[in-house]
Design a protein. Sequence first.
Length: 294
Amino acid sequence: MEKVWTILDLITWGKAYFEEKGVDSPRLTMEILIAHVLQKARIQLYTQFDRPLGESELTTLRSMIKRRAAREPLQYILGETDFFGMTLSVTPAVLIPRPETELLVDYVLNRLKKDTSTANENQAETTILDIGTGSGCIALALAKNINASATLYGLDVSDDALALARSNAERNEITNVQFGKIDILEALPKRQFSVIVSNPPYISTTDMNELEPEVGSHEPKVALTDNADGMTFYRRFAEIFPIMLEERGWFAVEMGFGQGVMVEALFADAGFATLVINDFAGIPRICVGSRKLL
Ligand SMILES: C[S@@+](CC[C@H](N)C(=O)[O-])C[C@H]1O[C@@H](n2cnc3c(N)ncnc32)[C@H](O)[C@@H]1O
């Protein structure tokens, strides 16, 4: 007779299996996968430990377990992730949004709030550009939470990323973001912006060899690396932001580990007043700059 697999059997088996495969948080991972297949909240599994899974449920679960054991990120397997209170679809065409990036969104929202509280009545509409928008996470989180009238733009070089960003806007009923294709290393948008934000590809060729399999073997290379020293996009930004920002404009860009001093120096040399903000781990993570007003 075929073995009957209950929820508890599967949790116990999956925990041991994922442990052996070097997967992080093995029991939690298994619980999340089972809950996803059964379309239940994870907590509900605890009241149904003896529930057996049907053949088709087991088939779906088996394929998900196989993918996670091959170190594919859980978010790609589930097809979605949470970012700044929204649920966003993610596919291997885009970087999985990171918690550090929520810090960037938080900084920008707080600063905009202060700016509007001191702005004069004739202030033109705020325009915000997100360079390398990927899933659209930064532009969409800003659009959803901004308390001023604003138009947002998200650009990317990847058609697949742009298609996903547009569908994430729809999924979250956000209408004030426009997405478009531009290779920012080659071309410029035709207008200026009040605020520019970006989380660019910043991993150097050397550091690409050190990545966990979840990142290095599964996330898109175009989102991770500049195929050089990790500084290509910041050098380009220092060159183009003076042209792209309105007179009272400012920018906030995310940086990788150990890049803070170099990135800040690039922008300072380009004539910006700069500030570096640390992340939760105390690592310099965001460089902010505004034009020096004489
Ligand atoms: C680190 S990911 C950031 C994605 C998203 N903003 C986030 O924070 O999760 C960098 C993004 O830049 C895009 N990108 C790479 N090269 C680019 C280029 N030359 N011009 C415009 N976008 C580019 C990638 O496709 C990718 O979506």
